[in-house]
Design a protein around this ligand. Structure first.
Ligand SMILES: [Zn+2]
Length: 370
């Protein structure tokens, strides 16, 4: 059953412009809604943001990201709160707003998962990064120019991407027992599907992460020993969960911004099999055979801005020093050749012309035996 908590006035505004939504959501109004909702909270309820879900029900609504130094936003979420006890699984789509298949997959899951037959709770974050989704931007938010998947754990006093990250951390990740951050090839990325499987060095914890990664069902799994940074911040959605002891993976289904059913179905099948793996639904897990294990992934970045002409393709096996593509200037004259740093598999390659200095042109991983 769907019982949106959001009053009609706000539900109607979701077809309006973001600016209009934010105007409608004055803080005074929100506080009055909160006080009403609190009357109905019971021990068996599950709450997220201002949304409260009774056991055995499904509720959709918006988490509000209040206005701060810049414009606010909304995050559409559905909670399916199963009739039976079990883990809390967080599914986050739309961290990158141009990566559509997981967003569409979660819309299908919303009505297909039966709360009466579910053990545990699923938090479906339909579109984490609404500014980037409505703005149709790759990588960065049009609001503040930041990459949401480098902003965690976020900052309640920061710009919009930092505030979204903070709310996702405190409302979604902190409540989860397992997390899947669902991505796909961005609008400029020709991508061969794979899962990032974090490897922390803690054998018990890593076996739980591996269980998720294998159950998702893709045949390429990239072992990920953590972000290459020295800031001390978690930066990434999955790393934020890991730091809190929550097994997490990042999945990549989709290519070049396509929302084709082929990619949507791949994400859906992956999620359903994770539900089986976690015993949240009463079905046998489909065994994933024939996995190609990948390691030591490297994102090759462009040393300067220009136009990238890919030579390789997603999923290709390349030799060390193989030409991945050519960077040309804005008149078409060749600037330099970009080559593979080692032999491996091309996880993705940039498939549209523009590149900025420091942005990826390709990602390559080594094939390893396990
Ligand atoms: Zn992404």
């Amino acid at each position: 059953m769907s019982r949106p908590w959001v009053p009609l006035e706000i539900r109607v505004t979701h077809v309006m412009k973001v600016e209009q939504i934010m105007k409608a959501l004055s803080k005074v109004f929100l506080f009055s809604v909160l006080s009403v909702v609190n009357l109905y909270v019971s021990a068996d309820d599950f709450s997220i943001g201002e949304i409260t879900v009774p056991r055995g029900e499904r509720v959709s609504g918006f988490i509000i990201v209040p206005e701060g130094m810049d414009e606010g936003s909304t995050i559409p979420v559905t909670v399916v709160h199963g009739a039976n006890d079990g883990p809390v699984l967080a599914l986050i789509a739309g961290i990158h707003g141009y990566e559509y298949p997981p967003i569409t997959a979660l819309q299908a899951m919303r009505t297909q998962v039966d709360p009466a037959a579910l053990s545990g709770t699923i938090i479906l974050v339909h579109i984490a990064n609404m500014p980037a989704f409505l703005g149709r931007t790759i990588y960065y938010s049009p609001g503040d120019g930041k990459n949401l998947n480098r902003m965690f754990p976020g900052d309640p006093d920061g710009s919009i991407s930092q505030r979204i990250a903070h709310i996702l951390t405190t409302e979604v990740i902190d409540q989860a027992n397992y997390l899947i951050d669902l991505h796909g090839g961005d609008g400029n990325e020709a991508l061969r599907p794979y899962v990032y499987m974090p490897v922390t060095g803690n054998a018990v914890f890593d076996s739980k992460i591996e269980g998720l990664a294998v159950a998702f069902g893709l045949d390429h799994i990239v072992m990920d020993k953590g972000p290459q940074h020295a800031s001390g911040l978690s930066l990434f959605t999955d790393q934020t969960a890991l730091e809190r002891g929550i097994p997490a993976i990042t999945t990549e289904t989709g290519k070049s911004g396509s929302n084709a059913p082929y990619w949507v179905g791949m994400a859906e099948r992956g999620i359903w099999n994770v539900l089986r793996h976690l015993d949240m639904i009463d079905e046998d897990e489909v065994v994933n055979t024939g996995i190609t294990w990948l390691s030591d992934y490297k994102v090759i970045k462009s040393p300067r801005s220009g136009i990238f002409r890919a030579v390789t393709k997603d999923g290709y096996s390349v030799a060390e020093d193989a030409v991945l593509g050519v960077l040309v200037d804005f008149f078409g004259d060749e600037l330099l050749t970009i080559r593979a740093p080692f032999a491996g598999v091309v996880n993705y390659v940039i498939s549209t012309p523009p590149v900025n200095e420091g942005e990826p042109v390709a990602m390559i991983s080594k094939v390893v035996e396990r």
